[in-house]
Design a protein around this ligand. Structure first.
Ligand code: 5AD
Ligand code: SF4
Length: 440
């Protein structure tokens, strides 16, 4: 039997898809890239912005023909979108060809659900709004043998006013350190060189455990695992990035010098309306501390333009902050109202045309800064973890530096999964081109 799985959204979904792949493998399914060859098609969905949701809804519509050609085909939808009752109703109404809907807290039930559909031939809908206990020990099937995603927390308690994540992923829950360390040790024995520790707010890791622990303590323990070369984490909340954490990272050789610190906006008024819990001045102080401690650090961010009530002046505060910090790169988004969040009901929603033009201005500024920063890397030798052949530049290898920059260079495919020194020759806005340095 064959399955086709499409993953939308963030690394939390990618990690869930690895579990889905692991579970399906245990019940005899193998993965195919072509939906036409599949007996089971699954979409693991994202609802953080409306655009992502609409894309999924139209893709679901397109599957209707496949189902009429093959009535035994099972079509399933999971992930954050279906944690919203309204969306489930919509899918059931508009897409009766969907057989299976399961939520982010029901992934472990997938084998039984598939079996029930086969036995009973009736659609299965299993969605829990939240779950107290974390389900441990599920199988997983990773995309790369040499790097791995590792959940450290689930859910989010921050309730930023624009964000739907706390409503669809539930309350913040930390995994026990022993479970995380056991998983990473096994991965490292299996040849994993790089781990990415995942949580909506990794900096608040461990506060809910008894006894409580901290993210800094967890990093120390992960750093001590033999065989690992690199430790990344995603996402940090600037409010919770403590001095203790900065000094801990300074003493840990494996922890990446990449700091992804979503700022979201540069105006204090907007930051307050977003419920971010820090001011622009506090954010800038944090960046200064990081730059002083790690001169080689790369700092990246997420920014939303067009939040309700954002005036031209507020937006210019964002531009000024971007100039001041000089981010290596930024994910920039147009504010998308999400039903159920406080911001969707706020007055002074910004016109689409204004949002678009602000996004263009912001991207232009950020691209200029990214290129200027990357140009300073010309001639530098950087250690790259090779990921394989580049999809955009065939016959070239692609990999990442410790600072999470993509490097493209000629070399044999046998270097995949290895750490190699690469000299940067042609820095560009999004990527660095380079050449392998001979190791003597
Ligand atoms: N509209 C636009 N961007 C959003 N993000 C989260 N919610 C929204 C929304 N409603 C962005 C934030 C977050 C990133 C993952 O997605 O910048 O950091
Ligand atoms: Fe959303 Fe804020 Fe939680 Fe991030 S920290 S997931 S932006 S509520």
């Amino acid at each position: 039997m064959k399955y086709h799985l499409v993953t939308f959204g963030c690394q939390a979904n990618e990690r869930d898809s690895e579990t889905i792949a692991g579970l399906l493998r245990e019940i005899g399914y193998e993965r195919v890239e072509e939906p036409t060859q599949a007996d089971l098609i699954l979409f693991n969905t994202c609802c953080v912005r409306e655009k992502a949701e609409n894309k999924v809804l139209s893709r679901i519509g397109e599957l209707k023909d496949l189902k009429s050609q093959n009535p035994h085909l099972i079509i399933g939808i999971c992930g954050c979108m279906v944690q919203q009752e309204k969306i489930v109703e919509k899918i059931r109404r508009r897409a009766p060809h969907v057989d299976l809907i399961f939520g982010t807290h029901n992934i472990h039930e997938l084998p039984e659900l598939v079996q029930s559909i086969k036995n009973l031939r009736v659609p299965q809908v299993h969605i829990l709004p939240d779950r107290e206990e974390i389900v441990e020990g599920l199988p997983s099937h990773r995309e790369f043998p040499f790097k791995a995603l590792v959940n450290i927390t689930y859910g989010c308690n921050n309730f930023c006013t624009y964000c739907i994540v706390p409503y669809v992923r539930g309350r913040e829950k930390s995994r026990l350190p022993e479970h995380i360390l056991k998983e990473i040790s096994a991965m490292s024995e299996d040849g994993v060189l790089e781990v990415m520790l995942l949580g909506q707010n990794v900096n608040s890791y461990g506060k809910d455990l008894t006894p409580p622990t901290t993210f800094a303590e967890l990093l120390q323990q992960v750093n001590a695992i033999p065989g690992l070369a690199r430790i990344r984490y995603m996402t940090s909340h600037p409010r919770d990035f403590s001095d203790e954490l900065i000094s801990t990272i300074a003493g840990l050789n494996k922890v990446s010098r990449h700091f992804h610190l979503p700022v979201q906006a540069g105006s204090n008024d907007i930051l307050r309306k977003m419920n971010r819990g820090y001011t622009r001045e506090e954010y800038l102080t944090l960046v200064r501390k990081i730059k002083n401690t790690f001169p080689e650090a790369s700092i990246t961010t997420d920014i939303i333009v067009g939040f309700p009530g954002e005036s031209e002046e507020d937006f210019e505060d964002t531009l000024k902050l971007v100039e001041e910090v000089r981010f290596d790169s930024a994910f920039t988004f147009i504010y998308s109202p999400r039903t159920g969040t406080p911001a969707a009901k706020m007055p002074e929603q910004i016109a689409e045309s204004v949002k678009k033009s602000r996004l263009q201005r912001l991207m232009k500024l950020q691209n200029r800064i990214s290129l200027e920063i990357n140009q300073q890397l010309k001639g530098k030798v950087m250690e790259v973890l090779v990921e394989g052949e580049s999809k955009t530049s065939p016959e070239m290898l692609t990999g990442r530096t410790d600072t999470n920059k993509t490097v493209i260079f000629p070399g044999p495919l046998s270097l995949t999964g290895k750490l190699v020194p690469v000299k940067i020759t042609v820095p560009q806005t999004w990527i660095l081109k380079g050449e392998l340095v001979e190791v003597i």
